[in-house]
Structure formats: C-alpha cells, structure tokens
Design a protein around this ligand. Sequence first.
Ligand code: ADP
Ligand code: MG
Length: 604
Amino acid sequence: MKIKVLPDTVINQIAAGEVVERPASVVRELVDNAIDAGATDIFVALEGGGHSRLKVRDNGCGMSKDEAILAFERHATSKVSAIEDLSSLATLGFRGEALASIAAVSKIQLKTRERESEIGTQVTFKGGKLTDVRAVPWNAGTEIEVEHLFFNTPARRKFLKSPRSEVARIRTWLAHSGLARPSVRYRLVSDGDEVLHLHPADSIAERAKSIFSSDLITISLVEGGVSIEGMVSHPGAALSDGSGFVILVNGRLVTDKLILKAAREGYDSMLKDREYPVGYISLTLPSDHVDVNVHPQKSEVRFRHPQQVFALVQGAVTRGVRAIRGPVDMRPREAPSFFGQTSSSLAMRYEPAPSYDNSSVAPALPTPRGLFDTAEYRGESSRAAVREVFSGYSEGDSGSKFTSNPSVNFKFAELRYVGQVLECYLVCELGERLVVVDMHAAHERVNYNKIRRARAERSLSTQKLLIPETVRLTEEQVVQLMEQEDLLRELGFEISPVSAETVSVKGVPAVTAHLDCVALLKECAAEPLASGWRDRLEERIDHIAARVACHASVRSGDLLNKPEVYALFEQLDEAEASGACPHGRPVVTEFSREAVERWFGRDR
Ligand code: ADP
Ligand code: MG
C-alpha cells in the first residue's frame, strides 16, 4: 500500500458526500449563508427540482472580490477563528466547508457586491476549480447558481430523488427555517411557479400562522435561563411522523429526538404510539449550554443538560395541552395541510402547476416564463405566477371555524342542549353556531381527570365488593396481573390469586363500581409487560387510568337526561384539556351558521 496525501479537489468531493446529499442540502447551506450575511430577502429558484439548476439570491452584506474567491477554499469562513467561538456562535455556519463542498461536485457561479462597492464580482467554479473571475454590475448582495449537481460523482447522482419530492422537501425546509427568521422574506420558485412566499412577519407566532393550518395552542415558559416559545396542535391533528413538528434551538432549525419525545410526552395519554404533534418549539438557552458542532449538516445539537431541557419542554407542552378546550380544527389526521406529501385537499390546492409535466405532456409548449429570467428573480413575476399558497388557507372549508387558540373562552355550560342523536352525540346551540359534543369522549375526559387527580393525591378510593368476583384467566395472565398488583391497588383494585387460573376481585375503583371490571382486568392481563416496565410505571398507570375512565364513562346508546347533560357540561368546564378525550380525540366540534347554510345551498 502506498500512502499519499489527497489533493484538495478529492478532499472536497469526499466532504461533499457529508455536506451535500441532494439539492435540498445545497439550498439549505446557501440559505443559511444568506441569513448569516444579514439578508432580509431571500429568493430561491429551482429548475427540475434543483437537479438541473438552482439559485439562491440574497440582499445580504455581499463579498469583495478577494473574499468571493476565498469563500470557496476549504475551511474558509468569516464566522469563527478559534474553537472557543463555537460556544458563543451567532451564525448558522461555522465550518467553512459548504461552498468548497458544493463547488467540488457542480458548476457554480457566484455574483456578489458589497453595498459600499461600486462594482460586483462574478466567479465561476467547475468541479472545484476556479475557471473565471470578472467584474460585473450587480445589486448589493449575493447570488449563487449551482448547475449540474453531482456531474462528476455519478454514484451520488443515481440516488437523487424525483424533482417533485425535492421541491416539496425544499419548500418544507424553507417554511420551517423561515419560522426562525420571521422578519425575512422567503420566496421559492420552482420551474417558473412561485410555490412559497413567506411575507415578513413581526414574530415567530405570526409567521407560524401562515405555515400551520390547524388550530394551535400557544405555549411559553421561561425557567432557569431557558425560554420556550411555541405552538402545539390538538392531539387530533397528530401525524404519523415528526415531520410536522418544527424544533428551533437558538434560532437554528434542528431535528432533535429528545425534544420531540418530550413534546410527545407532554401530551400524556393523548397520542398513540406512532403519533406526533404538529407545531413548533423555539428554545432559547445560553449558547454554552448547547453544542452545535455535532453534525456535518449542523442539523443536530447536543445539550449540556438534556434532562432539564426535556423536563421543561414536556412541562410547557403539558400546560398548553391542558388548555385545549372547546371545538377544534376537524381536519382528518392523515391529511395535514402543509406537511408531508400526503394528498390532502389543501396539498392539492397548492400543488405546483402542471408545469412539472410540461416536458412530457406538452413538449411543444414554450415555457411560459423563463425560469431564470431576471424579472422572475427580482420578484416582478406576473400575477399569474404568484400563488399565495399560505395566506388565508387556514380558513378551511370543512365547516368548522378556526381560531388560533381554541382554548379561549369556550364554556360548555353556555350551550343550549337540544337533544341526543346517533346514540352518542349531544346536539347544542351556542349563539350562531351548531355545536356537537361527543358524550362518551366528554365523560371520559371528566373521569380521567378525576382519576388522575385522585391518584396524584393518593386517594383513589376502593369500593369493596359485597361478594368478591372471580375472574378466570390463563395461567400466564394471572401471573401478569399479580405482577401489577401494586399498580392496580394504586388505582383502587383489590385482587388476590385464588388458583393458578383464577383471581378474586375484592374491591374495585369507586369510579368504576358500576361497570364490568372483569373485562377491564382481562384487558390489563392480556397486555404484555416489557421487562423494564417499572420505569414506565407512570405511563402505564396513565394508560390504565384512561382505560378505567373509558369503561366508567357513558357509552354510546346510554340515554342522558337534561340535568345529566348539564352536569356533564359543568364538569367539562372545570376539567383541564376538555377539548380532547384522554386518547386525543376531539370532545366537541362546531359548525358556523354559514357552514350549515352551505349544506342547504343557502349561501348562493
Ligand atoms: P461557513 O458558512 O461555515 O462560514 P461557507 O462555505 O458556507 O462556510 O461560506 C464561506 C464564507 O463565504 C462565509 O463564512 C462567508 O464569509 C462567505 N459567504 C458565503 N455565502 C455568503 C453570502 N450569501 N453572502 C455573504 N458572504 C457569504
Ligand atoms: Mg455556510
């Protein structure tokens, strides 16, 4: 074996493997640079999902001619000069390898001008080699155009995703990172169509309104030098992955399992195993409490006190979720408006124009707007090209009326109860609205809260049975059940084994006194226990509490009389999280007069 030192071009190509995986990662690096340069207006254009060409233009500080060339050197950065700088970093970039890496695997052209300079500079690199430098007239700021991405790394090129999914990814990333910089204007044009336009906003919360469509509950918390700001969805709007939950740490968009988990746990029993909330958490903490240099794409961070962060996030989310009262966005779970590529009506509404298929469907058509024409870049695109995909679309058309915070001022006791329909729904009127309450979900919430409170106070009372009830189970189930004896006692059960296959129930939780405890015990017994189950005791208790609450609640088909209904409403008004049942389903939904009139064509 012969050892040799690799030439820079090869080093950069290798580094590029970590830094630039795909067009989306190029956009990410270039947009981060624009932010670091102090830009307030960022324009991104893609051709063929960025595979053929992509461009990022900003109105930031620009670069001198020398800097413009130096910027492409590996480890050339204006952002840090010593390792200590990392602990007080105010910029997104710091590794000085993005431009070098991108340049190594593409053809790249940069145009830039510093504000105080009279003339701009244009530099061109191909495969990492400087091929041209010249003076050009240019606006203050920088534009970088990347062509032929991975032209010299065919293996990488093969792994590129479809242009369509790349556009979706870039759009989502831009919107998410735009949350961290609400005052910055972001635009994204794909094959001539504007697919994202985030207007400057005064706050993260305001920008969030243009990004998230479902009802969100505001959360905030300041404690021990950490501040948390965010918005979380009703559990009913949960997604099957974490893609709808945006995490910002000191203004940096990151993926963080810890925070996502903390947020999920903040929901208590309300999210199922594979459900994740929608919303965002923006965490601000002293910069020396977080290490940003743990990932080549800077998309992960490490906390100095992860437990503290976990507890704070969980606590903040819990508080937010408890404030969920009243009717909420009834959009179906699997049809998020903005996130993912599932086909929701909303997604379809802003699906990029058929221009995607222009080449195959109508090859003879000339491209209506030059993708890379200057007018487009300056944002002077024709109105037809401008689709305000976000503004106002949270005024959904599903019939429910959305407010940004469903927790405010909703009082069940103010409802005028009309009657019970379809066995389970309480139809009511409130002002100009038709309100429907799921009586089972409502009762379940009330019971669950009662049980939780009693358990917290260690006063969950047991009702002794006059005649102990014998439950037949399998041998294994008896073992399982007896293993949970302590836990069950905490919940109000008193059980003892009678034989290998039977247990005797001598007492049951008072709240469940009137229901079929046998079925409940069988259910618990059938649930396998993981070996480390003691650690998850709390969680299990909550789940069992939810189950007890469920069994103890009025069922579909039970008939409630008026006083019972109003008693339930009063209890709901006193309950935390009365907008959702312990499993996360909505308790109440409403329809505006307009929505009802639309059912009957009266709106025409
Ligand atoms: P890093 O961002 O880690 O410093 P990059 O390779 O991304 O490394 O960029 C190298 C340097 O080029 C930056 O430190 C910055 O000085 C300069 N630079 C890059 N993009 C821009 C831009 N859009 N505007 C002004 N300067 C830029
Ligand atoms: Mg950078």
